[in-house]
Design a protein around this ligand. Sequence first.
Ligand code: SAM
Length: 245
Amino acid sequence: TSYGFRQVDEQEKQGLVNEVFHKVAKRYDIMNDVMSAGLHRVWKDAMVAALNPRKDPNYKILDVAGGTGDIAFRIVEASNRLAHATVLDINGSMLGVGAERAEKKGLSPNLTFVEANAESLPFEDKSFDAYTIAFGIRNVPHIDVALSEAFRVLKRGGRLLVLEFSEVEMPLLDKVYDAWSFNAIPRFGKMITGDAEPYQYLVESIRKFPNQPDFARMIERAGFANVRYTNYTGGIAALHSGWKI
Ligand code: SAM
């Protein structure tokens, strides 16, 4: 499909993604509320409930493409502030906002911020009990590489959770959603940052991302077992889960 948007190669892809998040870092959390009509909060809470983090200081989570820390904060809170989360992102501006927010919330002792690429994680094998990534994996140029890295850094018995926009499986909702994402999102993007193109690119990347069963198979191919998924809001988002056994 073409929506009047030009094709981009993989290097350009990472460049565009980086441009979007550098520009929006300070306004990212407000943008999320506007663009998802607040739903991202519900989906993120559901993801953390599915993880059900151990209330244990030895429990270590890696939140990749963690941006401003939303998922990691929720996980640490859900562990009664016992667990430790590493927030990894390729974008220093997003992490900067996250570190500031963590300080204000008094969560800094439970968090580490690391600037790195999901395709090449700077950690030893078997370092983490859980790997989470929310609305990030579709931005990574080589998804298969990111998934094998996830497998490598997880301990045996470790859990992978991926929250991502997915294929809408409700007849009317898909029309509303298309109208919203192709018109409203680039327009809001332009209003807030002065440039619509990077947002068109982000919307396009949602369309290109594999659907629920295809993505489940990619996770299996990376070595994960018991791969399952749950749709949220008719499939606007889906949570995929897998285990390293
Ligand atoms: N997880 C956060 C949330 O749900 O609010 C942030 C999601 S934000 C939509 C996507 C994030 O992915 C951005 O912060 C971006 O910098 C990051 N990202 C994009 N490509 C990446 C890569 N190759 N490695 C690590 N992070 C990446």
